[in-house]
Design a binder for this molecule. Structure first.
Ligand code: HAM
Length: 405
């Protein structure tokens, strides 16, 4: 009988990756909290209609990539392909839209998309994301971008930032019409996907990966040249704030994002160190989404970082804190070892050896677990309430009172 393997495109996170994964989530959470975000956790399984109405029926995610099924109660459900829709559902369900005010939430967890797996593209992957409700000021757009920058900077990840504005309900429809008119003159030369998109969501044609389509699109009208006065002034202001804060970016008027809920600001953070799947984070404004999902009209903006794509880039900062190894030199001292370890664990990572050993064996064990301070207790130490301590970095060794440890 052959062993059961994990499903294609789904990976265990273990060994060094699990270290990096938790290091990333802990420190990104800390940064989000400093920006005033609170943790939110929403269910992994939601009604399929939620994603159809938010991410959009014309998107590849909803069209081709959902893990969708009918559950035992005859409900049409699916594993979430992204985090925003569930957070917006929760915002409305808990009546925060009616209450007014501002909400800032961050989250992390698994997302599921039935894509063709390749390096950097999984079927189960993890996102670290954040959503803000009730702030229409473009300063919040800048704030979100700077928070992502802070997160990536913390982990020593270099990136470039692509920025676009997708307009609003005033300017986008006219732009779409102009684009469709422009495309109709060479429609037959565009790929099959583009032809489908002209019917369903024409702006998606702009980010077609097909080289022939891209060359045909060179003279297509640009959304950034067709924004209404309000979208244009917000976009200009956003650029000004980013310039003032020395955040570099490039304008990419073909950046349309693969989810249909965006309006105004859209952005992507890209790394050139991880291969073809280079987007490490993406997001933007979605001022109409709360209303689309049945809530009271509320401004929204957010982003998500793809954690797996970052893992190979995350550099763990050497933590200055000491790592302890505590062991007994005699069976009788084991209880005391336990007691001392419990005290030390309140402040430091501490390993215990449950079997009494000689000096040399303890030092080998300590090295194996990466400890830099070795604490040993034998019968002598037990009798006078002391411990033997050696700092492996400074090589200093001492016998000290337990209270002084
Ligand atoms: P997204 O661009 O679809 O946006 O995904 C965000 C990030 O998730 C991507 O930049 C990428 O790093 C990672 N990602 C996406 N698909 C995969 C995959 N198959 N395998 C590995 N990593 C992947 C969203 O999901 C929006 N909800 C972001 C957002 C939040 N917008 C507003 N609020």
């Amino acid at each position: 009988m052959s062993n059961i393997q994990s499903l294609r495109g789904m990976k265990d996170i273990l060994a060094n990756d699990s270290k990096l994964f938790t290091y990333f989530c802990e420190n990104a959470s800390k940064i989000a909290k400093n920006y005033g975000f609170e943790y939110i956790e929403t269910p992994i399984l939601e009604e399929t209609a939620l994603f159809k109405r938010s991410v959009g029926e014309s998107s590849d995610i909803v069209n081709k990539e959902m893990y969708q099924f009918i559950d035992k109660g005859d409900n049409d459900v699916c594993l979430r392909p992204e985090g925003t829709a569930g957070v917006v559902r929760s915002f409305i369900q808990n009546k925060f839209d009616k209450a007014g005010g501002i909400k800032r939430w961050y989250y992390y967890g698994p997302m599921f998309r039935y894509e063709r797996p390749q390096k950097g593209r999984l079927r189960e992957f993890h996102q670290f994301g954040a959503e803000v409700f009730g702030v229409s000021s473009v300063y919040e757009d800048a704030n979100i971008i700077m928070m992502i920058k802070d997160i990536l900077d913390f982990f020593g990840i270099s990136f470039s930032l692509k920025l676009n504005s997708l307009g609003c309900k005033e300017c986008m429809p006219t732009y779409k019409e102009n684009l469709v008119t422009h495309l109709s003159s060479f429609k037959t030369e565009l790929c099959e996907d583009c032809n489908r998109r002209i019917e369903t969501n024409p702006i998606r044609v702009l980010d077609c990966k097909n080289e022939k389509c891209q060359s045909l699109l060179q003279n297509a009208p640009k959304i950034t040249n067709n924004l209404c006065a309000s979208c244009d002034s917000d976009f200009e202001k956003l650029k000004e704030i980013l310039d003032f804060n020395k955040v570099s970016y490039e304008i990419d008027s073909n950046l349309v994002r693969g989810l249909d809920y965006y309006s105004k600001t859209a952005f992507e953070f890209v790394s050139n160190e991880i291969g073809a799947q280079s987007a490490i984070a993406g997001g933007g404004r979605y001022d109409r989404l709360v209303e689309f999902l049945g809530g009271k009209s509320t401004a929204g903006i957010g982003f998500a970082i793809g954690i797996e794509r970052l893992l190979e880039l995350v550099k763990i900062k050497e933590e200055a804190e000491d790592i302890y190894y505590i062991g007994a030199l005699s069976e009788k001292a084991l209880n005391q070892v336990m007691k001392v370890a419990n005290i030390k664990r309140k402040t430091n990572l501490t390993f215990i050896e449950y079997t009494s050993r000689g000096f040399a064996k303890h030092f080998t064990n300590a090295e194996k677990v990466g400890a830099n301070v070795v604490v040993l207790i034998g019968e002598d130490e037990l009798n006078d309430n002391t411990v033997y301590v050696k700092n492996l970095t400074t090589k200093i060794e001492n016998k000290i009172n337990i209270e002084d440890l």
